[in-house]
Design a protein around this ligand. Structure first.
Ligand SMILES: NC(=O)c1ccc[n+]([C@@H]2O[C@H](COP(=O)([O-])OP(=O)(O)OC[C@H]3O[C@@H](n4cnc5c(N)ncnc54)[C@H](OP(=O)(O)O)[C@@H]3O)[C@@H](O)[C@H]2O)c1
Length: 298
């Protein structure tokens, strides 16, 4: 491994190789959803800063970016392309399919095979690539949480796009453990992306089961998303560690399990720098236990 790679691995929380692939990413990545405008719709307030955030993330070693063509729609992918194309060979861009946007900024399910094919081609065109590195099938579920129901027809459509060479690797998002099992019977999974953070712990069992199989677990809303995490415990631990509460929330995730990959979202350079600095934080076993108290499901 080259010297820069070793240094980046230490700086970015270690490395993780997606199962059955030669694709390795650092554990601190970047979520690009916040690069679109308010309600994740339309252009951002400051496009120049959006481009700068992406470039600085990649310059700092980040090699895992999460996106979707329905952010904007198209806006986030256009900004990624403007900032980073031609992409470094080491960069993995993960996108998701399963929704489209209404003119009123609404989120409309787009899970039929035809809609998924269309979504894949939109991502290919707007990112400017011949194949998508990783695609998550994003189920609509119940808002930001999953609901049971077969994903077979939709996931088989993505497996077909993978056979055609348009998608390299597959994942699922907003899913139950049963849906993960169903997907695994159709095609190999490299990642699962669900709502999870120090206070939202419904997936504790699922994370451990995926860790045993070497499948990545990528929490969305790691900082609480549209409802930023707020807690006296986070504040107390942060004050002791001379860090911010958001850094503690990210550091807790890094310590939670080795298959947890971070994609915190931000539109600002200041927050990007803060989030990338998280790997340097050391949390003791006692502090982990204290933070665990914020949300462990019994
Ligand atoms: N699969 C799915 O269904 C799904 C759903 C939602 C999101 N995602 C993905 O997950 C990624 C992360 O989710 P997210 O961006 O919605 O939520 P998040 O990472 O939990 O939080 C982002 C929010 O926190 C703020 N923030 C970021 N860093 C901060 C810091 N250091 N201190 C204080 N505030 C900070 C951001 O505002 P500023 O812009 O002002 O920094 C933004 O409002 C997204 O970018 C997206 O790629 C996936």
């Amino acid at each position: 491994m080259a010297k820069t790679e070793t240094a980046n691995e230490m700086k970015l929380g270690g490395a993780f190789t997606f199962p059955g692939t030669a694709v390795t990413v650092y554990r601190i990545g970047y979520g690009a959803m916040r690069l679109s405008g308010p309600q994740i719709f339309g252009p951002p307030k400051d496009r120049k800063e959006a481009v700068a955030v992406l470039r600085e993330a990649v310059d700092a070693g980040v090699n895992h970016i999460d996106t979707s063509d329905y952010y904007g729609p198209h806006v986030t992918n256009h900004i990624i392309r403007e900032a980073l194309h031609p992409y470094p060979a080491s960069l993995t861009v993960v996108t998701k399919l399963g929704a489209r946007r209404g003119d009123d900024a609404s989120w409309i399910p787009a899970l039929t095979p035809a809609e998924l094919r269309q979504g894949a081609h939109d991502n290919l065109r707007n990112l400017g690539v011949d194949a998508l590195d990783v695609v998550n099938l994003r189920l609509m579920g119940n808002g930001h949480g999953p609901s049971e129901g077969s994903l077979a027809e939709s996931f088989e459509a993505l497996a077909e796009l993978q056979r055609q060479g348009l998608i390299r690797h597959l994942g699922v998002s907003n899913v139950t453990a049963k849906q993960v099992e169903e997907a695994e019977k159709i095609a190999p999974l490299v990642c699962v992306q669900n709502f999870y953070n120090v206070a939202q712990r419904a997936d504790d069992t699922l994370i451990d089961a995926l860790a045993a199989k070497g499948i990545a677990y990528v929490p969305f809303f790691p900082l609480g998303g549209f409802t930023p995490l707020q807690s006296g415990t986070l504040n107390d631990v942060a004050a002791r560690l001379k860090a911010t509460p958001m850094q503690v929330a990210l550091a807790w995730l890094l310590h939670r399990a080795p298959n947890v990959l971070l994609i915190p979202g931000t539109s600002t350079l200041a927050h990007l720098r803060e989030n990338l600095a998280t790997a340097e934080m050391r949390i003791s076993a006692a502090e982990m236990k204290e933070l665990d108290g914020m949300g462990r499901q019994s």
